[in-house]
Design a protein around this ligand. Structure first.
Ligand SMILES: Nc1ncnc2c1ncn2[C@@H]1O[C@H](COP(=O)(O)OP(=O)(O)OP(=O)(O)O)[C@@H](O)[C@H]1O
Ligand SMILES: [Mg+2]
Length: 284
């Protein structure tokens, strides 16, 4: 009972290998009701959908329509009130929170709007955290952490604290953290909600590459139609139901859009006191 390493994904190939017929995500009549005593909030009212390996889906819809509630269920952070959720063909809707957490650490990477990095912890240590929960041997953790940081182009910032990074860089650290256990499914709830437009496209570039080159299934929530254009499929929510589910026409390719945008100053650090006191935020 001392080891369960056989349950851990040992390589990206292993976790991304799925059959074509089994959806990565299959939701059957998912309801979520928050019981607040006098009031019941019907956040999800019967969601049924399938998402297959290699898809890139944008979930849209008005504030309060249930997008985050759904993402939390799909991400095994929460359980539905009613309905069934099959992840890679396995019914996970009735699992205990402990078992859900285990599946999450093996299969799913989650990225949040607020980055959710630990403040007094370096970029590399932030990225390594999920490997600790997954029981990865010490020697392997740093290698995986550096690998994940390299995948988001941040190798040279591994020792920086979050306060020493721009918003876009912090989000890239958060993406590296989501990738460190080689998940097959990447979920992101408004990943560009706090970022300027160029930085948002850079984040979409990372997601498009992970989807195209590494076969990751990607599901993002966004309010912005421009951002949804980078996905392959858009699902619109309304009042806890699917209102629209369409393939994206004239998809935007971030690698093509980026060269058309004004180029940023790579060393600009936003929202950080500049130790040199010249007020321009340029790190030396
Ligand atoms: N923990 C909770 N307890 C009670 N009600 C909740 C809880 N979480 C969400 N809700 C309610 O459920 C509904 C759906 O919320 P949800 O956060 O999923 O919306 P959303 O589509 O993500 O909105 P936004 O675009 O503003 O992030 C809302 O009416 C919200 O107030
Ligand atoms: Mg939300």
């Amino acid at each position: 009972m001392n080891q369960n390493q056989s349950a851990l994904p040992s390589s990206a190939e292993q976790v991304s290998a799925g059959t074509n017929d089994t959806p990565t995500i299959r939701l059957e009549g998912i309801y979520k009701t928050y019981d607040l005593g006098e009031v019941q909030v019907h956040a999800l009212r019967g969601i049924s959908l399938e998402i297959y390996s290699g898809e890139f889906v944008a979930i849209m819809g008005a504030s309060g329509s249930g997008k985050s509630t759904l993402m939390n269920i799909v991400g095994c952070l929460d359980k539905p009130t009613k309905g069934r959720y099959f992840l890679d063909g396995k019914d996970v809707s009735a699992l205990s929170r402990h078992d859900l957490a285990k599946i999450r650490s093996q299969k799913i990477g989650f990225v949040f709007q607020q980055f959710n990095l630990l403040a007094r912890t370096s970029a590399l240590e932030n990225v390594e955290l999920p490997t600790i929960y997954a029981g990865v041997p010490l020697a392997e953790r740093e290698r995986r952490g550096r690998d994940a940081l390299a995948r988001v182009g941040l190798s040279e910032r591994s020792g920086h604290f979050p306060s020493q990074l721009s918003g876009g860089q912090q989000q890239r650290v958060a993406i590296a953290r989501a990738l460190v256990n080689s998940p097959s499914l990447l979920l992101a709830d408004e990943p560009t909600g706090n970022l300027d437009s160029r930085t948002s496209v850079e984040i979409m570039d990372i997601f498009q590459r992970l989807n195209a080159e590494h076969g990751l299934t990607v599901v993002i929530v966004t309010h912005e139609p421009d951002i949804a254009q980078y996905a392959k499929r858009a699902i619109e929510f309304r009042d806890g139901r699917v209102k629209k589910d369409v393939l994206i026409q004239n998809r935007s390719i971030a690698a093509e859009v980026l060269p058309t945008l004004p180029s940023p100053d790579e060393d600009l650090v936003q929202g950080v006191d500049n130790p040199n006191g010249n007020g321009n935020g340029i790190a030396h």
